[in-house]
Design a protein around this ligand. Structure first.
Ligand code: COA
Length: 250
């Protein structure tokens, strides 16, 4: 259980809200577990027709909690919760929507690759500074991002950590629509109601056909996770994570 994830049903729509505003929605292991559990519960409940991920104003998510990364990197932490969550997300049987405002870092960006419709505000910047942290991409982003953006923009995003504005993300087909911040959640929920009103079996089959092989996605998530765990033990990652923590406490 995590008090930093709020799960709510609005008729046939399940809303999964990351709610840790004081840390810009950095995601802890407990939050990953709760979100994976909610996806499984919603998938198993015929009354739920789709999932919606939301954050808080100004912060969809600042990515994995870096203190958790550092704990693993220095041998003091258990394994990461992200892997189980990513498998649950990539394997989710029902459509997934997201509403993104402001900060969308790391998994705050890559989570959306597994969504069927992402709405973002003009202020949103998608950023994946994996290499700056001595780390490597996750969430099968190394497979999915080049498919959407082409190699060069994928390299800039995933290799160099360059930000991608909401407008560039829209032009590239990474997101569905840009909505002003005050209208974001209503727009996502109206669309979620429209998704929920469609014939659910036909929509699920259509979605599966569009998404193609899940096995390929799961295999890439596993392959990335092996590198990721390995890199977390590296001097490069330890130095970058300690530098972040020292900046915070300095
Ligand atoms: N893990 C843990 N704590 C985080 C965090 C993260 N990923 N991102 C932000 N926080 C914490 C900060 O340490 C700070 O805590 P404090 O108030 O106790 O010092 C709080 O959230 C607010 O963050 P702050 O940096 O003051 O906000 P900002 O608006 O100036 O900057 C970010 C926001 C997201 C740009 C910046 O916090 C950042 O770069 N975070 C790291 C993102 C990252 O690298 N994620 C991993 C990707 S793989």
């Amino acid at each position: 259980m995590s008090e930093h994830v709020l799960v709510e049903r609005r008729e046939a729509v399940q809303i999964i809200r990351m709610n840790r505003p004081e840390k810009k929605n950095a995601i802890t292991s407990a939050m990953y577990s709760r979100m994976a559990e909610a996806l499984a519960e919603g998938d198993d409940d015929p009354a739920v027709r789709c999932h919606v991920f939301l954050g808080v104003p100004g912060a969809f998510s600042a990515g994995n909690d870096l203190a958790d990364f550092l704990a693993v990197a220095t041998g003091g932490g258990a394994d990461l919760g992200a892997f189980e969550f990513l498998v649950a997300l990539a394997g989710s049987r029902k459509p997934v929507l997201s509403g993104v405002d402001g900060i969308a870092v790391g998994i705050g960006t890559t989570l959306n690759l597994h969504c069927d419709l992402t709405f973002a505000t003009p202020e949103t910047i998608f950023r994946t500074p994996f290499v700056d942290l001595g780390l490597v991409p996750e969430a099968a982003s190394s497979l999915l991002v080049p498919r959407i953006l082409g190699h060069q923009r994928a390299f800039a995003l995933l290799g160099l950590g360059e930000g991608l504005s909401a407008y560039d993300a829209l032009a590239a087909g990474l997101i569905h629509r840009i909505v002003p911040a005050p209208e974001l959640e209503e727009a996502v929920l109206v669309e979620a109601d429209a998704v929920a009103a469609r014939a659910p079996e036909a929509l699920m089959i259509t979605r599966d056909l569009l998404r193609g092989s899940r096995e390929e996605i799961f295999a890439r998530i596993r392959e990335e996770a092996e590198h990721f765990r390995d890199r977390l033990q590296s001097d490069e990652a330890r130095a970058a994570l300690m530098a972040f923590m020292e900046r915070r406490s300095g």
